[in-house]
Design a binder for this molecule. Structure first.
Ligand SMILES: [Zn+2]
Length: 364
């Protein structure tokens, strides 16, 4: 399209008709390219029914909470909501049906990196058992990312292997750092080596205040800046360490998937590239922007333009649908993918489910 007026005209004449939703976003009209069978929204792209895969959703295991609650301060009460309990799938499935999500990838945000090995084994065991139960009860709707005790890297490698080989997990969910250690610290190499050997995805999700123990004062204010700024900043730092400290060179086949569109990194990767060009960053083998093309990113960037730009920086094959269920960040994530201007039907299908199916070994 050459300009906004031309774009409006194109939209008005297109069979797929858009409406504008403010803040520069283009969202599909209600019912556009979708139909409903009963209460389940069936997402269509063109004439094709697309199975959608949401790679970013959460569960919470009450029995595990009992093991950590005396050590974890400031946990959000939202974590206690019933829909998060993997043994309460009916409410969750109803919401997935409403949102047009066919398959969810479930995982648990780490709050156990302080635990010694024996307790960590207990926490991880109950969590992974509950996730596996949920996936076994609804194999068409859920796949799991296992929890691992990454503060004990060799144990985490064992837990990852057991989760994948014995429990059917598709990978693991980890934080953006572990206590005071960055993910690029050499101590984590056994875990990265195991993840690469198994060929499974490692989903990096920030842990909010746990990752800013010394610097929380700067996030205090009238809004929750730990969530708004701290979380994407934590992911940005984690990915930057993996790039600049050489982890992605050491393990080039690693399948890293970053929450929240990789935080701020893809939108500002030019500064990192320039650092290589001007000699300020000497230990890296290629431009940081090239490493983005060997990672995956969920679609949680909230605007059509943001998603368009994320695709431009990383490539269409790197983007997977994410909702952050059930925290209400983007229950309309499917519509945002449908509404990004300039994508072909094949590209929309890839983001909605095709890319995740390949990444996670899901047959759709
Ligand atoms: Zn999340």
């Amino acid at each position: 399209m050459s300009n906004r007026r031309g774009f409006l005209r194109d939209c008005a004449t297109a069979t797929t008709g858009f409406v504008f939703a403010g803040f520069g976003n283009v969202k599909p009209a209600l019912g556009w390219q979708s139909s409903r069978a009963g209460k389940r929204r069936e997402v269509m792209v063109g004439t094709r029914r697309v199975r959608t895969i949401d790679v970013h959703s959460h569960v919470y295991v009450p029995e595990a909470w009992d093991l950590v609650k005396d050590h974890v301060a400031g946990e959000n009460e939202a974590n206690s909501r019933p829909v998060l309990n993997p043994r309460n799938a009916s409410d969750r499935l109803a919401q997935m049906d409403e949102y047009g999500v066919d398959v969810q990838v479930v995982g648990i945000n780490p709050n156990w990196y302080w635990a010694e090995p024996e307790l960590a084994r207990k926490i991880i065991k109950i969590q992974n058992e509950r996730i596996a139960e949920l996936c076994a009860a609804h194999p068409e709707r859920f796949v799991g990312l296992c929890s691992v005790a990454l503060q004990h890297p060799d144990l985490a490698a064992e837990q990852l292997e057991e989760g994948v080989k014995k429990m059917g997990m598709r990978g693991a969910l980890i934080g953006a750092m572990v206590n005071t250690d960055e993910l690029s610290a050499p101590k984590f190499n056994p875990f990265w080596a195991k993840a690469q050997e198994l060929g499974v995805v490692i989903f990096i999700h920030p842990m909010g205040p746990l990752e800013f123990p010394e610097g929380q004062a700067r996030f205090k204010g009238r809004q929750n800046l730990v969530s708004l700024v701290g979380n994407p900043l934590a992911t940005t730092l984690a990915l930057s360490h993996l790039i600049f400290d050489g982890t992605l060179d050491r393990f080039p086949e690693l399948k890293i998937c970053a929450a929240h569109g990789g935080g701020f990194l893809p939108s500002y990767i030019g500064r990192s590239d320039r650092c290589v060009d001007n000699g300020g960053c000497k230990t890296i083998s290629k431009h940081p922007s090239q490493y983005l093309k060997q990672m995956f990113f969920d679609s949680l960037v909230f605007t059509n333009e943001g998603l368009r730009h994320l695709i431009a920086e990383t490539g269409i094959s790197r983007i997977v649908l994410g909702t952050d269920f059930p925290y209400g960040w983007q229950h309309d994530a499917v519509d945002y993918v449908l509404g990004v201007p300039g994508l072909s039907d094949e590209e929309r299908v890839a983001i909605l489910g095709g890319n995740a199916a390949k990444l996670l070994g899901i047959h759709i």
